[in-house]
Design a protein around this ligand. Structure first.
Ligand code: RIB
Length: 333
C-alpha cells in the first residue's frame, strides 16, 4: 500500500504539498498539482489514508457490520453499540454482510474511503490479514460474537461453551435422558463452542448418541426441519437444546404440528435470550447472552482506541444466564 511519502517522493514535492493537493487547497500551482495527482494515480494511493494521516481529523463515524438484522439477536447488539456512540456524538453506519466474505470486504473497502473512524464487525468471514491490514492503516477494529479468534484486535463474545453446558445440565436436571441438539452452522465459532459444550455434558449420559445432533441455520425453518429429522431417527427424544432461540422456536412449531406436548413429553431450551422467547407457547427456556452489553462494550473499547490511538487485543468472554421458563418445567409430582 503506497504511503503519502511515496507520493511526495515520486512527485518531487513535500508531504504537505501532497496534502494540499489532495484536499484541493488552491495554494498549489497547477503544474505541481498535476505532478502530484499523476503520482497518486500511478501509485494507486488510497485518498482516505491522506485524510486520516495528514488531517488527523476524526470523522465521527463508526461502521457496524452484522450478519443479518432480521435475526432479532443483532438489532439488540446494534442498540448497545449505537447508544454508546450517540452519547459520544458519533454516528453509526450499519451494514448487513449476510455472512458473505465478498459483501463484507466490499463494505470495509467502501467505508474506509468514507473515513470511518473504526469498525465493529460480527463476522465469521473476516480473515486475520483483513484485520492486520486495517490496523496497519491505523483504523481501529473490534470483533464481536462470531469474529475469528485473533490477537490482532479486541474480540468480544459470550461464553458459548459454558452456556451450552448450562442448557444441557438444566435439561438433565429436569429429568431428560435423550437430549437432542440442533446446532448452528459450524463455520461460526459460536455454534462450534455450543456443540462442544453440549457434547461435554451429555456424552457421559446413557441416552447419548451422535445421531441426536442435527444441523440448522440459526433460523426458524431449519429448527422446524431439524425436529422432523431427529424424530425420524429417535421418536423417544425427551429434551431438545437448540443452538439459538430462532431454531428453538422452529422446534416448538414442529413439535406442536406433531401433537407432542411441551414440556410434558419434550422439554425445549434455546440460546440467545431474544424477546420473542417471552411470548412463545409455552414460554421458552433459554440461555441469555448479555447482548446489549456486548454491543455497548465493543463500542466503548473501539471509542477508547480511536481517542487514545492505543490498540488492544484482548479476548473478552462475557457470562451468560440460564432463564428457566415453562418449556422445560417439570410436571408437578
Ligand atoms: O441467533 C444468531 C446467533 O448468531 C446468535 O446465537 C449469536 O451468538 C450469533 O452467533
Amino acid at each position: 500500500m503506497a504511503t503519502i511519502r511515496d507520493v511526495a517522493r515520486l512527485a518531487g514535492v513535500s508531504v504537505a504539498t501532497v496534502s494540499r493537493v489532495i484536499n484541493q487547497k488552491d495554494s498549489v500551482n497547477p503544474e505541481t498539482a498535476g505532478q502530484v495527482l499523476k503520482a497518486v494515480e500511478q501509485l494507486q494511493y488510497e485518498p482516505n489514508a491522506v485524510a486520516r494521516g495528514l488531517a488527523g481529523k476524526k470523522m465521527g463515524i463508526i461502521a457496524l457490520i452484522l450478519p443479518d438484522i432480521l435475526n432479532p439477536f443483532f438489532p439488540a447488539l446494534a442498540r448497545g453499540v449505537e447508544d454508546v456512540a450517540h452519547k459520544k456524538g458519533l454516528t453509526v453506519i450499519l451494514g448487513n454482510s449476510d455472512d458473505l466474505g465478498l459483501k463484507e470486504s466490499s463494505y470495509i473497502k467502501v467505508l474506509k474511503k468514507k473515513y470511518v473512524d473504526g469498525f465493529i464487525i460480527a463476522s465469521n468471514t473476516i480473515r486475520e490479514e483483513d484485520v492486520e491490514s486495517l490496523r496497519k492503516e491505523g483504523i481501529p477494529i473490534v470483533l464481536l460474537d462470531r469474529g475469528l479468534n485473533t490477537t490482532a484486535c479486541p474480540v468480544i463474545r459470550s461464553n458459548n461453551r459454558e452456556g451450552a453446558k448450562l442448557a444441557a445440565h438444566h435439561l438433565l436436571g429436569q429429568g431428560c435422558q435423550r437430549i437432542a441438539h440442533i446446532y448452528g452452522p459450524q463455520e461460526f465459532i459460536t455454534a462450534r463452542e455450543r456443540l462442544l459444550g453440549y457434547e461435554e455434558v451429555v456424552q457421559g449420559s446413557k441416552g447419548y448418541s451422535p445421531s441426536l445432533m442435527e444441523p440448522g441455520h440459526f433460523d426458524i425453518d431449519s429448527g422446524r426441519k431439524a425436529v422432523e429429522q431427529l424424530f425420524a431417527r429417535h421418536p423417544n427424544i425427551d429434551g431438545i437444546f437448540a443452538g439459538n432461540d430462532l431454531m428453538a422456536i422452529g422446534a416448538l412449531k414442529a413439535l406442536r404440528e406433531r401433537g407432542i406436548q411441551v414440556p410434558e413429553q419434550v422439554k425445549v431450551c434455546g440460546f440467545d435470550g431474544i424477546g420473542l422467547t417471552e411470548i412463545t407457547e409455552p414460554e421458552l427456556t433459554t440461555v441469555a447472552q448479555p447482548i446489549y452489553e456486548m454491543g455497548r462494550l465493543a463500542a466503548q473499547i473501539l471509542l477508547d482506541e480511536i481517542e487514545s490511538g492505543i490498540s488492544g487485543n484482548s479476548l473478552i468472554e462475557l457470562d451468560v444466564t440460564l432463564i428457566p421458563r415453562k418449556s422445560t418445567m417439570k410436571e408437578e409430582s
